[in-house]
Ligand binder design. Structure first.
Ligand SMILES: Cc1cc2nc3c(=O)[nH]c(=O)nc-3n(C[C@H](O)[C@H](O)[C@H](O)COP(=O)(O)OP(=O)(O)OC[C@H]3O[C@@H](n4cnc5c(N)ncnc54)[C@H](O)[C@@H]3O)c2cc1C
Length: 382
């Protein structure tokens, strides 16, 4: 896929930055599960918090194709920092696509600079895949709404200050989605991060439970200004979201291949590098093929997205294949590293812990298969 010189320059500089700044510290931050403040400051300087925000609001305005490459390149070194700007950009995209002109002017420049950072609050303790089952409610009170409820697993929940939060403004509505509305909520009295969730992987980045207790949010923060559109606003970004998660999975798959390829040429058994044993070669070949296939599926979906074509089938296929590729390649890298794969002195154990998340986020892979099958049937009626 062709990209212009400016985008090429951005991608090259991000690649160099990831090698120079992320690779040396990734292991340390991951093992300490420590938030990388300095990296976040650098990401602000690189414009990553405005990567997909339109230039008129101070962002870089990258296409889905370029953004996916950027994500893949960072994730091949360390996936977690991608979540810090990606979840933030999902919130920003919601305002950019569905917000009123006043909301765009008020919020997007401060999102783009990273002055205000945050994410998206959809999931609740009892509702993930079945999003319409959420229980958080907002009740109108004068020129504000009063929100009560709990969100969980929210990326950037501790260190972020502003979130796109999906609630019910009409809990009795049928169909259920007609009673759902999205608000931009800034932390303050009645809205706090209650607990940081301890995780298998995707460390250093905070995932938290957010609690709303009689939290008053100005009516002006209702995204789009009209109740009942929140569900569409939340799921409307999923095609792009899936392309991004696919790029993270493909990044991990590529990182696992890169490390395994190097290690297999250095580690010797029975008088030769293990890369000369056919059993290892078969693994490397499958790993490389998965990376290339993921890349092509992502490019196909992103190209369709950028040209305004429908891409639900393509983005689901890319998400499904590339996220599974991340899991498979990280496990194969573990096998190639042998006992050393268990050592925290190498990165492959991190890839192995980080990869499964991509099979869950932006719609589980079970749901992706269902979406793909439905699309196949719809597009091929008998
Ligand atoms: C590290 C991390 C970060 C996250 N960040 C965010 C965030 O920033 N914001 C946010 O809102 N959420 C976030 N999430 C939540 C995530 O989006 C949900 O975990 C995900 O949507 C799945 O929901 P669930 O965990 O409730 O699983 P469930 O919905 O309970 O699903 C459990 C299992 O049942 C399957 N299943 C469910 N329904 C069906 C069906 N109809 N047919 C077939 N199979 C089905 C699922 O595929 C899965 O295998 C995050 C999660 C994690 C782990």
């Amino acid at each position: 896929m062709d990209i212009d010189d400016t985008d090429r320059e951005i991608l090259d500089s991000i690649e160099r930055w990831a090698e120079r700044e992320l690779r040396p510290v990734a292991r340390k931050f991951d093992h300490a599960d420590e938030y990388p403040d300095d990296i976040v400051e650098q990401m602000k300087g690189l414009g990553l918090f405005g990567a997909t925000i339109a230039p008129e609001f101070g962002g870089l305005g990258l296409s889905a194709s370029t953004y996916a490459r950027l994500v893949m390149s960072i994730a091949s070194v360390w996936m977690a920092p991608v979540g810090i700007f990606n979840s933030h950009l999902i919130m920003a995209a919601c305002v950019q696509r569905h917000g009123t002109d006043a909301q765009k002017r008020q919020w997007l420049p401060r999102f783009a600079s990273g002055e205000i950072r945050g994410g998206i609050g959809l999931t609740e303790p009892n509702a993930g895949t079945d999003l319409q089952a959420i229980r958080a409610v907002a009740r109108r009170d004068g020129d504000a709404y009063v929100i009560n409820g709990t969100k969980t697993w929210i990326t950037n929940g501790v260190y972020g200050s502003c979130f796109g939060v999906l609630v019910k403004t009409d809990p009795a509505a049928q169909p259920r989605h007609k009673g759902m509305t999205m608000f931009l909520c800034e932390k303050g009295e009645g809205f706090r991060a209650a607990k940081k969730i301890r995780k298998l992987g995707y460390k250093s980045i905070d995932s938290a439970e957010l609690v709303f207790e009689d939290f008053r949010v100005p009516a002006a923060n209702l995204i789009g200004g009209e109740e009942g559109r929140g569900f569409q606003q939340a799921v409307g970004g999923l095609e792009l979201g899936r392309i991004n998660v696919a790029a993270r999975g493909a990044g991990i798959a590529a990182g696992a291949l890169r490390d395994a390829l190097r290690y297999a040429q250095q580690r010797e058994t029975f008088g030769k590098p293990i890369a000369q044993h056919q059993a290892i070669q078969l693994k490397l070949a499958d790993m490389a093929t998965r990376v290339e296939a993921s890349r092509l599926l992502i490019e196909q979906a992103a190209r369709k997205y950028d040209t305004g074509q429908r891409c639900d089938l393509e983005s689901s296929m890319a998400k499904l294949f590339a996220s599974e590729a991340g899991v498979e390649n990280s496990l194969e890298a573990m096998r190639i590293f042998g006992g050393y794969s268990y050592s925290t002195d190498f990165d492959v154990e991190r890839y192995y812990r980080d990869a499964p998340l991509m099979c869950i986020g932006e719609g589980t892979n079970e749901m992706q298969r269902i979406i793909i099958a439905r699309q196949l049937i719809e597009r091929n009626p008998v």
